[in-house]
Design a protein around this ligand. Sequence first.
Ligand code: ADP
Ligand code: TRP
Length: 328
Amino acid sequence: MTTILSGIQPSGTLHLGNYFGAIQQHIAMQERDADLFYFIADYHALTTLRDAAALRDNVFDVAVSYLALGLDPEKVALFRQSDVPEVTEIAWLLATVTGMGLLERAHSYKDKVAQGIKPSIGLFTYPILMAADILAYDSDIVPVGKDQVQHVEMTQDMATHFNTAFKSEVFRRPEWEMAATTSAQKVPGLDGQKMSKSYGNTIPIFLEGKPLKKLVNRIVTDSRPPEEAKNPDELFLFDLLALFLDASELADWKSQVAAGGEGAPGYGHLKARVREGVEEHFAAARLRRTELIANPDYVESVLAAGAEKARLRARLVRDRALKACGLR
Ligand code: ADP
Ligand code: TRP
């Protein structure tokens, strides 16, 4: 049976970019005939977050959000990365066969340093831990966003290096898979750049009411009046609307904006529709989330069961790896 694995960093409040770029695809995949493993990458989060209470809250929030958004724990093993210590053992073995040059080429490392994150050895070796995550479960398919493709390719290299060095077939070669929809490529944030917690331009998935309204009103527009005809394809507000509206409603708004004139919708109207879109789209999930937050023992039991299943796999792979290099 095919094994699908992915990891989610618990490094902040989940936003629309995370949902349309990753979470939606993760949840859809649970319908495939495959063994599914999704974990919350808490060890990875430590490369940028040093606040125990915030990390604990974020891990809980990711688990609750996935469950609320439709993850079925009968179909997917959902667990914490740090509950599977075999992964860090495998990471060490991979580190011994990984060249500095490979890690130095990582875009995500270079981007993070450019953003001002102080580079620790942990940040530098982040791709090794990620490779261990992937290889520990004999993963075949790794659904990821565009920014993570290189990390999966580095994983392929590490698996090959190890297998070649120890003349064995210890690690299975994984393939990445990107969501097919274009919205998955890049959801714009309030300022029109890629929505990202590092740019402070996010719309959290579960925000509602007044705080949501306030935030949506901050979406950057210009001072052209509603009557002025505009090219809708140049307005990133429409990229946000496209996430929520069906094709005919979207086309209707676009043609009104393109025509302009008396009664044409202004930016305020479009923003109000974005706000409604967010509230409607996540209404059922929001209710489930409230229930889950009131039931932390249930959430914990899901994570514990997931970890147990994951460890069974990871132990086999770890043992295979130790044996191949002479440690057993
Ligand atoms: P952030 O950029 O806020 O730090 P992460 O890097 O933690 O988000 O991203 C987690 C997942 O969400 C990744 O798979 C990433 O590709 C996806 N993702 C994040 N932001 C966006 C976005 N604006 N558009 C599409 N996908 C996104
Ligand atoms: N680096 C990924 C991200 O930032 C999270 C992650 C960690 C991951 N380990 C993984 C994703 C293994 C896929 C497979 O989004």
